[in-house]
Design a protein. Structure first.
Length: 54
């Protein structure tokens, strides 16, 4: 399953990885990558909202 989407590789603390996996399983998300993508999207939305309040 090849894709033209960019790929990134990063190092993560075990505790944070466990939290990502907990989020993934609690939300029935099929892959770790999808869980991380969703968390990033939510974080960016929150950041944008917080910046508007300033």
């Amino acid at each position: 399953m090849s894709t033209d989407k960019p790929k990134i590789i990063f190092v993560i603390e075990e505790d944070l990885l466990k939290r990502v996996d907990d989020y993934r399983f609690e939300n029935r998300i099929n892959s770790r990558s999808e869980a991380i993508r969703r968390l990033i999207e939510e974080g960016l939305k929150t950041d944008k909202t917080e910046r508007k309040k300033e």
